[in-house]
Design a protein around this ligand. Structure first.
Ligand code: ATP
Length: 446
């Protein structure tokens, strides 16, 4: 018998739209565990799963705590986790289906990691999760439909061995839950300015708005995202909160890594609820539909479909509006089925412009006699000069090339409408490749 054991605790789906937050449960659990003779072997993992899952409450986040402990404490740790999980779960809410999973080995088997990859990019079933839990010798408990077991299992399996980021989440005191968050706006803009590009998605410069504070009734005061635990901690010190911070924790996360995007080779291979990267050609010019959404069509050798840049995508919508037939692009976004015509549509997150086509307009030529632009006399009727009255039946419309304002390159939705998993421009070039992780001193509140 060894003198050390390992435990991975996966948690999901404890909250409802009326309140609660699984990260908060994790934060409370961390504090209680820290009072025991245990050792955290990693930061708590905040794992975002497939953002297109229709039954998610908000950002489809699941949590995992990983620890080393004396073997005799295994049952106490599980009991503590179970008690808090039950206490913090909104069990009376119909849409809340809490799940908790314990995996008591040091290394994560590859089947679990493969499951997490699928949960990040497609739809998986509870049946699959339970089969896997049995196969790897994990334990799970769930309430209501038990669907949270899916996310709890996936959080354990995502070991963040490739690219990853950090988020420091600060929580509000209970009496403030449900009220307007009070954080000094200027301090957040200053912090972002000082620490960029090591922090990201703090502010929306287009609308001059802070985006680290959520709007719902949950206990989160704000969350600061960045490239290292040190930088998010430093950022925390620079943000002036105008209300008390109850507790805070640094999470390691797949946020901002584009892990949800999968390259698909042709239109006929697109699957609903997935997020894809697809190379294609613009086949119909953009049109604006109510309320200020931009729709254009794309095609490849296997089919044609619509792409949508909705109004909240901000900057991306402006780029989409400038595309013309023949532009060669990569589109990135979620595959949805339109409610109107039931066809698949890509809701755009990013557009990579590879090659711009000539933008041409057709114009009537000038009158050879008096240089005034000719007028059309109707379909197939030829052209006529309004000044000299002469008619020209053989003269054709001319194609005039217009300059393009667009430039090839990658364009993203505005920061305020980026999904948790979307890699922002600021992160490009800062991707990690499985660097070893060191827990900094004071990664959670005492
Ligand atoms: P929050 O971000 O506040 O934690 P949420 O958006 O994460 O809320 P949940 O309440 O956790 O939403 O609901 C998401 C549910 O979907 C969970 O039960 C989770 O297990 C399940 N789920 C997550 N990913 C998938 C997937 N790929 N396929 C099927 N179900 C999934």
């Amino acid at each position: 018998m060894t003198d050390t054991s390992f435990m991975h605790i996966g948690l999901d789906d404890t909250d409802s739209t009326k309140g609660g937050c699984t990260t908060y449960l994790a934060a409370v659990l961390i504090e209680k565990l820290a009072q025991m003779p245990i050792h955290f072997i990693d930061y708590p993992a905040l794992i975002r799963l497939n953002p297109n899952v229709p039954w998610k409450t908000r950002g489809n986040g699941a949590l995992c705590l990983r620890l080393r402990h004396p073997p005799h404490l295994a049952d106490d740790i599980k009991q503590l986790a179970l008690n808090l999980w039950e206490q913090h779960s909104h069990l009376n809410n119909k849409g809340t289906n809490p799940g908790i999973v314990f995996y008591q080995h040091e290394n994560i088997p590859k089947e679990l990691t493969a499951f997490s990859r699928r949960a990040e990019t497609s739809i998986v079933t509870l049946k699959e999760a339970i089969k896997l839990i049995r196969q790897v010798g994990a334990e799970a408990l769930g309430y209501n439909t038990c669907r949270g077991i899916i996310g709890a299992t996936a959080a354990i399996g995502e070991t963040l061995n490739g690219d990853y980021t950090y988020e420091l989440i600060a929580y509000r005191t209970v009496e403030n839950w449900g009220t307007k968050r009070c954080v000094d706006k200027e301090s957040i803009f200053n912090m972002d300015q000082l620490l960029q590009p090591k922090v990201f998605n703090n502010v929306d410069t287009e609308k001059n708005r802070v985006i680290i504070t959520p709007r719902g009734p949950d206990p989160i005061l704000f969350g600061i995202r960045g490239e290292s635990a040190d930088v998010v901690k430093q950022a925390f010190g620079l943000v002036k909160s105008l209300e008390p911070v109850e507790r805070w924790v640094i999470f390691r996360s797949n946020q901002g890594t584009d892990v949800h995007l999968r390259r698909v080779n042709s239109i006929d291979k697109l699957e609903r609820y997935s997020s894809v990267i697809l190379q294609c050609v613009v086949s119909k010019n953009p049109r604006i539909v109510p309320v200020r959404h931009v729709i254009f069509s794309i095609k490849d050798a296997y089919g044609e479909m619509d792409c949508a840049a909705y109004e909240p995508t901000g900057d991306l919508r402006k780029i989409a509006r400038e595309l013309v037939v023949g532009d060669c692009i990569e589109v990135m976004g979620a595959v949805h089925r339109s409610t109107k015509d039931k066809h698949l549509t890509i809701n755009l997150e990013k557009i990579n412009i590879l090659n711009l086509n000539q933008k041409v307009v057709q114009q009537n030529p000038f009158c050879p006699n008096c240089q005034k632009r000719l007028k059309s006399m109707g379909k197939h009727q030829g052209l006529r000069c309004e000044r000299c009255g002469e008619k020209f039946v053989t003269l054709k419309k001319q194609e005039i090339a217009l300059p393009r304002t667009l430039k090839p390159g990658l364009y993203l939705t505005s920061a305020r409408s980026q999904r948790h998993l979307t890699k922002p421009l600021r992160r490009f070039g800062q991707e990690k490749q499985g660097e070893s992780v060191v827990l900094i001193e004071g990664w959670h509140s005492p």
